[in-house]
Design a protein around this ligand. Structure first.
Ligand SMILES: Cc1ncc(COP(=O)(O)O)c(C=O)c1O
Length: 324
């Protein structure tokens, strides 16, 4: 892909492995499944967030910021990853979280605090209260003479998505080495930047596979709109071909709700653990693998790449998969 790469602040150990999951494929009688191990990006258990933060922190440093401001839920992988990245880059970090401080803190919140982030709760259970909080914190810091850099929830911006467009050539080289041409690349979709970037990179390279997002935190309709918008913005940034509506494929994987384990996800996580030793989290990756298994049952038409996006801090959290 002949694109001009945005500045990058190195965080991840790349390339991440692409691993054939033979026992998993055999267990379900499927065509080959390969797992792109972005749970192994090698920085602060950040999973897919490490790639995004390389570009987001790179931009923050390029514009002379001295503090990262972002937010999400108390269990947000993105928040803990941003807190760690801020430290490495020598920046302060303020995290805005919806709701109130939980009585029992999720490992990600404990990690974020351990990395020295300042954590503020909005007191409002609506996730969108974070967005208002980000603006307020940025204004407060600016008034105090600081230089805040606001990262939207999930790192979902054109630049965050670009990190995954730029990961596609890495995947292409690995697929060539395995002599596999996938029919489908599937990934968990939350704030939708990862899916949007993979789609932009796939279109930029003219690759024939479908990119499917397993929607775990929003409706299919909302996810489709976000993926299309983010993917187009990402393509504009990189100067590559823009997606059209028909390019966007989203599978419903939310089950009983965002952050609530689903039956399909629990079954998929157990299968992944028992066949491949994979650690899948209840919020994102277990549901995404569940969506892939459903697609296999319906007939996939060829090999699949499952992008494992991490979520490791949630794997052992109380009330998670293994208690379900
Ligand atoms: C483990 C994990 N997987 C997948 C996702 C989804 O990525 P995105 O927010 O880019 O859709 C996230 C982030 O929210 C995540 O933390």
């Amino acid at each position: 892909m002949a694109v001009s790469e945005p500045p990058r602040f190195p965080l991840a150990s790349l390339p991440t492995p692409l691993v054939p999951a033979r026992r998993l494929a055999d267990a379900i009688g499927s065509a080959p499944i390969l797992v792109k191990r972005d749970d192994l990006t090698g920085f602060a258990l950040a999973g897919n967030k490490a790639r995004k933060l390389e570009l987001l922190v790179g931009d923050a440093l390029a514009v002379g910021a001295d503090a990262l401001v972002t937010g999400g839920g108390a269990g947000s992988n993105h928040c803990q990853a941003t807190a760690a990245a801020a430290r490495v880059a020598g920046l302060a970090c303020v995290l805005v979280m919806y709701g109130r401080a939980p009585a029992r803190e999720h490992p990600n919140l404990r990690l974020a605090r351990a990395f020295g982030a300042e954590v503020r709760f909005t007191g409002d259970p609506d996730r969108r209260s974070v967005d208002r909080g980000l603006d307020a914190v940025a204004e407060e810091l600016a008034v105090a003479g600081r230089r805040p850099y606001v990262i939207p929830r999930g790192g979902a911006s054109a630049l965050g998505a670009a990190a995954y467009a730029l990961a596609v050539p890495e995947l292409v080289g690995q697929l060539a080495a395995e002599a596999v041409e996938p029919a489908v690349v599937i990934v968990a979709a939350g704030s939708c930047g990862t899916h949007a970037g993979l789609l932009a990179g796939t279109l930029a390279g003219g690759h024939p596979w479908r990119v499917v997002g397993a929607a775990v935190s929003r409706s299919v309709a909302e996810s489709r709109t976000r993926v299309l918008e983010l993917s187009r913005a990402c393509a504009e940034l990189l100067g590559t071909r823009a997606a059209i509506e028909g390019d966007v494929e989203v599978a419903d994987a939310i089950g009983p709700g965002y952050g609530v384990p689903s039956r399909a996800g629990v079954a998929a996580a157990r299968l992944g653990a028992r066949t491949e030793g994979l650690l899948l989290d209840p919020v994102f990756t277990a549901k995404a693998l569940g969506a892939l298994l459903a697609m296999v049952r319906e007939g996939l038409g060829g090999p699949a790449v499952f992008v494992h996006t991490g979520g490791v801090p949630s794997v052992l959290h109380e009330g998670g998969l293994w208690d379900a």
